[in-house]
Design a protein around this ligand. Sequence first.
Ligand SMILES: [Zn+2]
Length: 226
Amino acid sequence: MTGTMTEMITILIFMGAPGSGKGTVAQHLKEKYVVSCFSTGNLLRNEVKEKTAIGRRVEGIIGVGGLVGDDVVNGIVEKNIEKVAAGGKGVVVILDGYPRTEGQARVLDGMKDGKFRNSIHVIELDVDADEVVARISQRRVCAKCGNTYGAMDKIEICSCGGELIKRKDDEEATVRNRLKEYEKATLPLSEYYFDRIVKINGKGTVEEVVKRVDDYFDGLGIERRR
Ligand SMILES: [Zn+2]
């Protein structure tokens, strides 16, 4: 017998500390593989744009400067996974910190009577603090247009003519602090997913890291775009 619908969906949860290169890798995955990428921010904005019942609620909450609650976020994620699953197969990549807590992870596992649970894989881009500090401390931003430049960009002046400066946020102490906070916040999640988490080495050049992620995606049999 061939797989049932529920076995055909793959859910990849993508984790990585600030500065791990997660954003760059995610952009690459979107272009290379047939996947639906979710970030809770985008999903929420879509609801607002489409003026759904949830969207109107979200708009109301954001309008008064409130935080959108777990129940709303969980509901939107579930609805969108269902949409992909309805096609019979599909790969969902969840970016940008969902699930953020062990509680959300449990809700995700329990969705549709647990039918997604065995389809969930967690990838964490693993980098050490020194490497992130080195990367971020080489980052400069244009004072005029806000463009960001990394260590590879051997220029002193932005293409717009603006001066390149270091952001206060990118100073070493701040970066180390952010990393510590990230670790503290995600530790319960890594523990919860201990039997489903794959750590991918995030050291080295973008090409090297992307190659490792590709190997993992290819190993899962995820379809490449043509
Ligand atoms: Zn500029």
